[in-house]
Design a binder for this molecule. Structure first.
Ligand SMILES: [Zn+2]
Ligand SMILES: [Zn+2]
Length: 351
């Protein structure tokens, strides 16, 4: 296969090159391929219709274990917090402690003890809000708390990676509609970031620039997958997106982690998050469910010049507030596949 051409001219659009023809696209972050089948957008669709429960949450819910002043599991009581607030998860998937134990039976049964810490971040004391409904300065408070938690957890000798994420909406398995996210910090760099680090590292060694810096330059030349942007951040549907309205938020300046952002970049991250999530909510006139997460440098003691701070949004909705995509059949057995092109998805989110 020939290498991509580089030059001053913007690359040819896939819709011009392939038209409606099926083609595969490479995810340069993970090395995985996705099959794109634009011609199938013409087939008749018989979608499943689900009931959408009305979003009539109160400002304060006495039964919510995340609202200020309420009691949580194990007799803990939340403080009367007034801004974003983080605490240790009462049902943590990881626990601090030694990682001495290892199992290796002839390389066939391999396991290792994994120490870590799980935290919950309430974005707001208000039970009825979500990120797109919060004001930019309030989201900025969340950005600051993310940065603080990353620095504090990452400074520990037993923590090599800090994963900040949010599951929003029942469909994504969120157990509570109170606006909140999570942080899972652990000793080992987990599978998905490890995959990305390989490709980020290879590109940086070859070019002495970050992979996302070069990728972002191409996307800004082409414009067809950009959703929204400001002076410090760009939100786009990646060329290799798997989920119909998947997006990637990338910092214009190649910084490795949240702690490296200046004051203005933090304000503008809050701004782009609000812009993007508001566009999601407007798309199908529903509080848009998604899983989102931040990828940044591991805290394993290494220098990571290849890392470039970015945020992934993986929303499951496909065609309406109730019709969603599942990764089944061919996608479980073979590889990811989509019908709606990333260019068309970006157009829908812009429009
Ligand atoms: Zn609540
Ligand atoms: Zn990533």
């Amino acid at each position: 296969m020939s290498a991509p051409t580089s030059g001053s001219a913007a690359p040819i659009s896939p819709s011009v090159l392939f038209g409606d023809d099926p083609h595969r696209r490479l995810n340069i972050l993970t090395g995985e391929w996705v099959l794109v089948s634009p011609h199938r957008m013409k087939r008749p669709w018989q979608g499943q219709l689900e009931e959408i429960p009305p979003d009539d949450r109160p400002v304060y819910d006495p039964k919510c274990y995340l609202c200020p002043g309420n009691e949580r599991a194990g007799g803990h009581r939340n403080p009367q917090y007034t801004g974003p607030w983080a605490f240790e998860n009462d049902f943590a998937a990881l626990r601090p402690g030694d990682s001495g134990q290892e199992l290796n039976a002839d390389g066939l049964l391999v396991a290792r003890q994994e120490p870590g810490i799980c935290r919950v971040i309430c974005f707001s004391p208000r039970h009825d809000l979500s990120l797109p409904q919060m004001e930019v300065p309030a989201i900025r408070g969340v950005v600051d708390l993310w940065a603080e938690e990353y620095a504090r957890l990452g400074a520990r000798s037993d923590i090599g990676h800090v994963q900040i994420f949010e599951n929003k909406g029942e469909v994504m398995g969120s157990s509570n509609p109170h606006p909140h996210g999570q942080i899972w910090a652990q000793q080992t760099v987990p599978v998905e970031p490890t995959r990305e680090l390989v490709h980020l590292g290879q590109h940086h060694v070859r070019h002495n620039r970050t992979l996302l810096e070069d990728y972002l330059r191409l996307e800004l030349e082409m414009q067809e997958r950009i959703v929204c942007a400001n002076d410090a951040w760009v939100a786009l549907v990646p060329f290799w997106a798997v989920w119909p309205f998947e997006t990637l938020v990338v910092s214009r300046r190649p910084v490795a982690h949240l702690g490296a952002l200046d004051d203005r970049e933090r304000d503008l991250l809050a701004d782009v998050i609000k812009q993007l999530t508001a566009r999601y909510d407007a798309l199908f006139a529903v509080s848009f469910p998604y899983s989102a997460g931040i990828h940044q440098a591991p805290t394993d003691g290494g220098r990571h010049p290849e890392c470039h701070l970015h945020m992934h949004f993986y929303p499951p909705l496909l065609r309406s507030a109730t019709v969603r995509k599942f990764l089944v059949g061919y996608e479980m057995m073979a590889e990811a596949q989509r019908d709606l092109t990333p260019e068309a998805a970006a157009g829908r989110l812009r429009g």
